[in-house]
Design a protein around this ligand. Structure first.
Ligand code: NAP
Length: 479
């Protein structure tokens, strides 16, 4: 626990920060020009952070209490506020979030002559204060939302130890912070805010932020990922025809505290896509063809279902009592052409089944575009269904639609551990990711139709299709 004063803590950024820090268990002092206002704001905040001391008062009272003092006041009040508490801050870490905006031209970079507001703060407070600049590129609303924040924080300080303390503190409240060098470098973060304001205005975005991309050295040396994690997207509704699946998944990600990162893969269950794309069929409404009737007779399946299987297949590969293995019209080999009756409709109602989407690759590409637009990072999206595998028992999650990636990773030409060249190593990475995601997506009553997979290594591609996973018919040795 650290005792933290926030001067300007009753304002937009200070208030949001105070809430997060209090919920993380830190003692908070809300400093205001009006002591009563500070105390009242603190009392409201305390209600949301039981067991934690949250108090308020005038600027000097709060600065005196602080081990760390955060400054969140408008630039117009920056120098004056610091002058009031200068003698109380010697030896303390002072986190300065001030952006030297000069209204009305807040979309234009106008740094002060000293170089930055943070450098001015250090000059004003003298060398005894440990000034750390941070948070200029994080919108207050984002911080207030209490969810994962999809933006990074640049932390600049001449005192490296103080910078580390601040980075750790920000990490505790869900922010990814980077120590970016001396306090003079605060100019870049302060200037960036006007750039982000321009982006918000021009592209009608809300609270644009920045993200540091690239891999850690350990990840790069390991050939990519330092580990894979799979995150269920809980709380999604039961879907119906016409629902906005992309929006539901995006909202679900946010509600689950998941901020998609560059290269993450979203895996979505085929059933969810089929439902929103209106692929449910009432068996009673299907008129069987002679071929459908013949299949019904051979298998004992209802006429309507047999007809749908015929219509969705390019080939009936094996037919037995109650069993049909088909080549789906898209080329995938699947029982019953992928048609399923579980989790489709009320079992008490008329018999309803669900077909695969018309074009699963196109469906996931649309999802990918929408999610990328929402989160501003490059993603891949896989549609998964549980399919059986020839000569093995049990089903596994299998990719039937792919966007943003090559579903097969060609590792030919790479070396093995002993330096021998890999000759035939093609990895069905989309199937592997689909199978991994199916560990949390679940088959039965779990009701989790999508998951986020982070850290999987794959080759990004704009034109990837699940059809790349299909072995050409002329290579089929078992025919
Ligand atoms: N808002 C954001 O999204 C955001 C993001 C990154 C950085 N920042 C930076 O953080 C600082 C605070 O921003 P903010 O949006 O939180 O500001 P704000 O809500 O407008 O003001 C914060 C507080 O500053 C105090 N203040 C002191 N002197 C003032 C004066 N002369 N005029 C107005 N208020 C005065 C007020 O508290 P009392 O009345 O209680 O004294 C006020 O509640 C700014 O430097 C801003 O550039 C903001």
């Amino acid at each position: 626990m650290t005792r933290i004063a926030i001067l300007g803590g009753a304002g937009a950024l200070g208030g949001a920060l105070a809430g997060r820090l209090a919920r993380a268990g830190h003692e908070i002092w809300i400093g205001s020009r009006d002591a009563e206002k500070g105390r009242a704001f603190a009392a409201d905040l305390a209600a949301g952070a039981p067991g934690v001391r949250v108090d308020g008062g005038d600027l000097r009272t709060c600065a005196a209490q602080a081990e760390i003092c955060v400054l969140t006041v408008p630039y117009a009040a920056h120098a004056e506020t610091l002058a009031q508490v200068k003698d109380l801050l010697a030896g303390k870490i002072v986190v300065d979030a001030t952006v030297p905006l000069r209204p009305p031209k807040v979309g234009t970079v106008q740094l002060p002559a000293a170089g930055s507001a943070a450098v001015e703060a250090q000059a004003l407070l003298g060398p005894e204060a440990r000034v750390v600049s941070a948070l200029q590129n994080i919108g207050a609303e984002k911080l207030a939302a209490g969810q994962a924040v999809d933006g990074d924080v640049l932390v600049a300080a001449d005192d490296a130890e103080a910078a580390t303390t601040v980075c750790d503190l920000l990490g505790e409240i869900g922010l990814r912070a980077w120590h970016v060098g001396p306090l003079a470098n605060s100019a870049a973060a302060e200037a960036m805010t006007s750039v982000l304001i321009q982006i918000n205005r021009r592209y009608k975005r809300v609270q644009a932020g920045i993200r540091i991309t690239g891999k850690s050295k350990a990840e790069a040396e390991a050939g990519g990922s330092a580990g894979v994690s799979i995150h269920p997207i809980r709380g999604l509704p039961m879907f119906a025809a016409g629902d906005d699946l992309a929006r539901a998944i995006a909202d679900g990600l946010t509600a689950n505290g998941l901020a998609p990162e560059e290269g993450d893969v979203i895996v979505v269950a085929q059933k969810a896509v089929s439902k929103v794309e209106d692929r449910a069929r009432l068996l009673a409404g299907v008129t069987p063809s002679p071929e459908g009737r013949a299949l019904a007779a051979q298998t004992g399946k209802p006429d309507g279902l047999a007809e749908l299987i015929v219509a969705e297949s390019s080939e009936l590969m094996r037919v037995r009592e109650n069993l049909v293995i088909t080549r789906h019209r898209l080329g995938h080999v699947a029982a019953n052409a992928g048609i399923d009756a579980s989790n489709v409709a009320d079992p008490e109602g008329p018999e309803t089944v669900l077909l695969w989407p018309q074009d699963p690759d196109a469906s996931v590409e649309r999802l990918r575009q929408a999610l990328q637009a929402r989160f501003g990072v490059r993603l891949a999206v896989i549609m998964s269904d549980s399919l059986g595998r020839a000569w093995r028992n049990g089903t596994t999650g299998t990719a039937i639609g792919v966007a943003g990636m090559r579903p097969v990773r060609d590792r030919r030409g790479e070396s093995d551990l002993f330096g021998r060249e890999l000759k035939v190593t093609m990895v069905a990475v989309a199937d592997e990711i689909a199978a991994a995601a199916s560990l949390v997506i679940g088959e039965a009553a779990e009701g989790i139709p999508a998951a986020l997979v982070r850290g999987a290594i794959y080759d990004p591609a704009e034109d990837g299709t699940a059809l790349e996973l299909l072995r050409p018919l002329e290579q089929d040795l078992f025919r």
